[in-house]
Write a protein that binds this ligand. Structure first.
Ligand code: DC
Length: 239
């Protein structure tokens, strides 16, 4: 798939399949995929392992702020897959557990954490040709991104997808637990003071409640053709 040298920002609610979509776009276009949620999850895992967040979600913000100065969370390409690392330790599986999912939203409300993640994403994305997913990529991190997509889907559909994904990885979770987590995260992500989840004015909405990933790729290709011209055209924008 040919795409001009642009930044693609994909935002939206949790468990809408943003990362699956972004990864497939990256694979088909050669773009670099950046998962901002993985960085928030990595910071959360670090906070949990170091006693910086308790069961009531009270956060030792001063200690976390100090630790972020040296905390090394980054991505490595292992066999064609983007994996999240903390130092030399692969944390890709641990950051996807319900334990981390249940703590990540409060951590992501902290301005110091948001600054850390924004800086890492902007540094990693310097060369354009990136597809980035998150909650505030089109509104805050890359407000000039040439293509902004905002993903949404029915909450029950999202919880069902997430439950299947987690069960597929051997995690013992019920539909109700996952639905509660999705609902809680929607609320915290949308209502926090710092950079809440919101659709950028120029983002295009994709509701994929009833769409397969293949149908989403068809939708994207049509959108790219409309906006940037198909390969062989002069690349001028129509929309
Ligand atoms: O996309 P995800 O579910 O892996 O994201 C995990 C959490 O990180 C999510 O609950 C909200 C937060 N997040 C955020 O606040 N801003 C982003 N750009 C990405 C994720």
């Amino acid at each position: 798939m040919q795409i001009p040298d642009i930044i693609i920002a994909i935002d939206g609610y949790s468990s809408t399949g943003k990362s699956s979509f972004a990864k497939l776009i990256a694979k088909e276009s050669g773009f670099l995929y950046l998962d901002s949620g993985a960085l928030y999850r990595g910071v959360t895992l670090f906070a949990m392992e170091n006693g910086l967040i308790d069961s009531g979600n009270n956060i030792r913000e001063d200690k976390l702020a100090a630790a972020l100065k040296t905390l090394d969370i980054h991505f490595e390409n292992i066999g064609g897959k983007t994996m999240t690392f903390m130092g030399d330790r692969c944390i890709e599986n641990e950051i996807r557990t319900l334990g981390v999912s249940g703590k990540v939203s409060p951590i992501a409300t902290l301005p110091v954490v948001r600054e850390y993640v924004d800086k890492r994403i902007r540094d990693l994305g310097k060369g354009k040709r990136i597809v980035v997913d998150g909650r505030d990529i089109g509104s805050t991190v890359f407000p000039d991104a040439e293509l902004k997509i905002f993903m949404t889907a029915d909450r029950n559909v999202r919880a069902m997808r997430r439950m299947k994904e987690m069960q597929g990885k051997g995690e013992n979770v019920t539909f109700d637990e996952v639905l509660r987590n999705v609902t809680d995260r929607d609320y915290i992500d949308s209502n926090r003071a710092a950079s809440p989840l919101s659709k950028a004015d120029d983002a295009i909405v994709l509701d994929n409640s009833d769409m397969t990933i293949e149908e989403q790729m068809v939708w994207l290709k049509e959108l790219l053709a409309r906006k940037f011209g198909t390969p062989g055209n002069d690349g001028s924008a129509e929309a």
